[in-house]
Each structure stands twice: as C-alpha cells, then as structure tokens.
Design a protein around this ligand. Structure first.
Ligand code: F3S
Length: 299
C-alpha cells in the first residue's frame, strides 16, 4: 500500500510568516498577545500558549489589556503590564478601526497580516475613496472578511452565493469593485463575475483568491481522484481545510477529516492501494509527518 502526500499541503507562506513572527517576539521577553488565535489550528495555538502567548478574544479584552488589568486567556487573572506587551495581528488581518484602536491605546502592535490580505485592504480602501461599491465574495462571519470590510470607506456588500449575486443591485451607474476572501472557491468567484458581467456592472474585478489555496485545492483533487482513502488534516475552524475536505469527498468516498492523529480511526480494507494525505494551510509539518508515519507503519 502506498501513502502519498499531496504536492502542496500544510502551512502557506502567510501563516508561516505569522507564526515565525510570534516566535521571534517570544524571544524578546515581552508578554505576547495575539489578536484572535494566530492560526485556525488548535494544536499550534496550544503550543504557543505553553510558551506564554495569550490570545485576546475580543475588543473588551483588548481594552482591559490597555488598561493594564488583562485577565489572561489561561484564566489566571494575572495583571500584565501593557507597557511590556506586544499584540500581534494574525495573518487574516483586522479592520482599520481595530488596528487604530490598538495603536491609540499605546500597545505595541506588530502586524503579521499576510501581504496578500494586506493588498486587499489597500484595494478596497482605494475603491471606497473613488466612490465605488465594494463587493467581497466570502463568508461574512470569517475574520478575514470582517477585516477587509473594516477597510472599506464606502458602501460594501458581502456575497457568499451565486443566488445572492443574482439579487444584488447597485445604484444606477455606480461602479463596483469586486474582490474575494483569499480562501474563496475559484469557480464560485468566476460564476459571480459572470453574473456581474451579465448585469452590465462597471468597475474593477480583482481576483484576490490566494494561489496557495488554489494550489492546495488542485493538488488535493488530483490525489483524491486516484486515492482509495483520503485523509485531510486541519483545524475544525479552518475554512480552507473544510474546503479541502469537501473537494476530496467529491472525488473519494472514503475521506477522513482529522485535527490530530488521535481523531484518526482508520479501517482500511485489504484492497486499498493508495492512501492520500493533504492538509490545510494552518496545519504544521510535524503533524502531517506524524500522520504519514502512522499510516505507513500501521497499515
Ligand atoms: Fe496568505 Fe494565502 Fe496563506 S492569503 S495567509 S498565503 S492562504
């Protein structure tokens, strides 16, 4: 039986960069906070917590930290000196208001927003200033989309489905700037572009879907099509991991979605020739290797 890893799997450039930033900051001896979990992977977040990195969950906690009475995420309620603390903005980015709030509060703010997400912030900010209606294709509840929305300076609409795109209208003659959440499905985005073309909207269409996502999806689809069993490793809150699972399930009936090796309860029939493995952009290499080795040794 062969065990094969998808050609592209695991940490993407932006996530690796954000995690490296956290590790660099740990070495400075400051108290390190991340605004939201640094990646959608509980294992990575747990490991960082053990190294003393705290997660700020919301604006109230941010305010409390600035006031110097932050209750840490581990619940000790210890007082932390905000002067010796740094807040790291994760790869997904945050809204302009949140970033400004951090700065105004006097917190040292380290921006680890992925440069590809930062580019979207700049596009929508400029489009708003030019009087365009910004449309973001993506999941409205996703922090990346909330962050992008928070850089818009004029009208903004978030569309998740083709049906929503059909219903969407703009004021007569107003230009539209269409961008996408970086992990949005490319085909869906293309459909929405076509709907907008049919409606005769003018403006900009910028495909801001990240290559890392496309590459991972393509590689996962190719491998799942030939595999008898597919294993997708990723955080349960990671949208790109869930999409990989969706894609693989369509190609391979025996697809498993796991967070860690503990979730893997494989029962392989004798006829299985190829087990394929892929992983979301927030899955660390050591976890991928662990799963690979386990399947190789045990089956
Ligand atoms: Fe950045 Fe793409 Fe990763 S946008 S965070 S490199 S999936």
């Amino acid at each position: 039986m062969e065990v094969k890893l998808a050609e592209c799997a695991g940490f993407c450039f932006g996530v690796k960069r954000a995690i490296d930033t956290v590790y660099e900051q740990i070495d400075t001896g400051k108290t390190i906070y991340t605004y939201g979990p640094i990646v959608h992977n509980e294992e990575v977040v747990k490991e960082l917590e053990q190294k003393g990195v705290h997660v700020i969950e919301d604006k109230d906690e941010l305010t409390a930290l600035a006031a110097g009475d932050q209750a840490t995420s581990s619940g000790e309620g210890a007082r932390q000196e905000s002067q010796n603390a740094a807040v790291i903005i994760r790869a997904h980015g945050v809204s302009k208001a949140t970033q400004e709030r951090m700065e105004q509060m006097g917190l040292e703010c380290i921006d680890a927003t992925c440069p590809f997400v930062k580019r979207i912030h700049r596009i929508v900010e400029k489009a708003g200033k030019e009087g365009m209606h910004v449309v973001i294709t993506g999941n409205p509840g996703h922090p990346e989309v909330e962050g992008i929305k928070g850089w818009c300076t004029g009208p903004v609409t978030i569309l998740e489905t083709e049906e929503e795109a059909e219903k969407f209208t703009v004021e007569n003659g107003q230009k539209v700037c269409l961008v996408s959440q970086t992990t949005f499905n490319y085909n869906k985005f293309q459909y929405i572009v076509e709907i907008f073309q049919k409606k005769g909207y003018n403006g900009n269409v910028v495909n801001t879907i990240c290559n890392a996502t496309e590459e991972r999806q393509r590689a996962a689809r190719t491998l799942a099509a030939e595999a008898d069993v597919m294993i997708v490793i990723g955080g349960k809150h990671s949208s790109n991991s869930k999409k990989l699972y969706e894609i693989c399930s369509r190609e391979c009936a025996h697809t498993y979605f796991i967070q860690t090796l503990d979730d893997l309860h494989l029962e392989l029939p004798k006829a299985v020739r190829l087990v394929g493995i892929t992983a979301g952009a927030s899955t660390p290499n050591n976890l991928i290797e662990e799963v690979q080795n386990y399947v190789r040794i045990n089956f």
